[in-house]
Write a protein that binds this ligand. Structure first.
Ligand code: AMP
Ligand code: ZN
Length: 112
């Protein structure tokens, strides 16, 4: 089982901030901003390269949940960032897709 599948299964602890039948959101263990939440699908999908049209609604829910968590924390107007890293050039380290949701400080652009 991958690291995030173990978190979803409760075998590895994480600070969960949201869960439903399709998604789990938890705090990143090495936060890069005052808010740094990861949102994962309960189903194991290794990378964005593994998406197909049957997963479009799931990915949409992940993004909409990211916006909702940011809004709950008061970051809707000032802004926040959402990122999916894919494979080596983007620095993907855990091969179970996850949306990073970052906020609470100014985030530079372009990213590193
Ligand atoms: P990525 O580089 O996009 O694959 O991001 C992986 C993220 O997972 C990093 O931001 C890590 O800090 C985070 N991470 C790794 N292990 C854990 C863990 N046990 N609990 C929460 N977040 C983790
Ligand atoms: Zn997994």
């Amino acid at each position: 089982m991958c690291l995030f599948c173990k978190i979803i299964a409760g075998e590895i602890p994480a600070t969960k901030v949201y869960e439903d039948d399709r998604l789990v959101a938890f705090n990143d263990i090495n936060p890069q901003a005052p808010m740094h939440v990861l949102i994962v699908p309960r189903t194991h999908i290794a990378t964005l390269n593994d998406l197909d049209p049957s997963l479009d609604s799931l990915v949409g829910e992940i993004i909409r949940r990211g916006a909702a968590i940011a809004a709950e924390r008061g970051y809707a107007q000032r802004g926040f960032r959402t990122v999916f890293n894919c494979n080596a050039d983007a620095g993907q380290a855990v091969f179970h897709i996850h949306l990073h949701v970052l906020g609470g400080r100014h985030l530079g652009w372009p990213p590193g």
